[in-house]
Design a protein around this ligand. Structure first.
Ligand code: NAI
Length: 303
């Protein structure tokens, strides 16, 4: 099966009733995937529910000759997240692709943020991603095939005013994906993270109207589809996509300095070397925490 086809593949896409998830669902279905279109159908801040958005996307896929089934369960609850995956298993017999995309916003400055705003964001984004992935992983492991794409945000990678809850959840998702990639490696389960930019109901408050209509979710979808494809061997990576822009983001660590541990290390010694400590010249990516720890320890013994 080629990179651009998903025949016989079963994809679960959360939050696929609108915005980015809908674009992913339409693209994968148009390339042959059977799609579970999941969406709780609430408002952008997570209140309410409505079966219409998911059903409409299913109708659109079917009228174009594709195959899809709707799921209205919330990702934010352990049992209902399991039901989303069960919809794929019971209807199509397997799950090959999981796109953790469902999301809401509760932007407020830290001082004004209510505990509920924090908890809601953590439960939809971070818990939701954990629950759906945990539910899908065993059958992916058994069939020795899986493609998982989860959704982070520049707000987490780089910070954004008024989004402490959201930024924390999104970086939590990135860390989660890094670890899932380690556990999935030997079963041909790839786990990657997408950092999208698109005009949707989540960005209408921060993007001008003319920009919203230009920055289509359809410009993110090819990157997500590629990450879901059989020929994509990437795992544990972060990709940015939006407005025609595609790039990889990464966690890197500088060369740093190493002091011998046979004597006291003082604050003054650090301050003296701070430029070198802060420098990202010769910075490198690590493929795992074990690799990073190995480097740290090898530096110690070599001093
Ligand atoms: P959207 O609001 O159009 O789509 C999110 C969908 O998730 C909605 O249809 C909503 O009903 C659904 N949803 C919310 N809570 C749910 C739950 N508990 N269970 C199931 N479905 C639920 O917004 P958009 O922009 O398409 O967002 C998709 C993802 O991309 C989100 O995770 C968002 O945080 C992320 N993102 C979007 C960016 C953008 O520029 N649009 C930037 C960075 C991240």
């Amino acid at each position: 099966m080629g990179l651009n086809r998903f025949d016989e593949r079963v994809a679960v896409i959360t939050g696929a009733g609108g915005g980015l998830g809908k674009a992913y669902a339409l693209l994968l279905a148009s390339r042959g995937a059977k799609v579970v279109v999941n969406d709780l159908g609430g408002s952008f801040d997570g209140s309410g529910s409505d079966s219409t958005p998911a059903q409409q996307v299913v109708d659109e896929i079917k009228s174009a000759g594709g195959e899809a089934i709707a799921s209205y369960d919330s990702v934010a609850d352990y049992e209902s997240a399991q039901k989303i995956i069960d919809t794929a298993l019971n209807t199509y017999g397997k799950v090959d692709i999981l796109i953790n995309n469902a999301g809401i916003l509760r932007d407020k400055s830290l001082v004004k943020m209510e505990l509920e705003d924090y908890r809601m964001i953590m439960s939809v984004h971070l818990d939701g991603t954990f629950f759906c992935t945990k539910a899908a992983f065993p059958s992916m492991k058994e069939q020795k095939y899986g493609r998982i794409v989860s959704t982070a945000s520049a707000a987490g990678l780089y910070g954004n005013f008024g989004q402490t809850n959201y930024g924390a959840a999104k970086m939590g998702i990135t860390g989660f994906m890094n670890c899932v990639a380690q556990e999935g490696g030997r079963y041909n389960i790839n786990a990657n993270t997408i950092v999208p930019t698109a005009g949707t109901r989540l960005t209408f408050t921060v993007m001008p109207e003319d920009v919203i209509s230009k920055v289509k979710p359809e410009y993110v979808a090819p990157m997500v589809a590629w990450l879901c494809s059989e020929s994509c061997a990437e795992s544990g990576k972060i990709f940015s996509a939006g407005a025609g822009y595609f790039a990889r983001a990464a966690m890197v660590e500088g060369d740093g300095v190493t002091f011998g541990v046979d004597k006291e290390i003082t604050i003054e010694m650090l301050v003296d070397k701070m430029d070198q400590i802060k420098s990202l010249d010769n910075a490198r990516e690590y493929s795992s925490a074990m690799e990073q720890a190995g480097t740290v320890l090898s530096k110690m013994s070599s001093e």
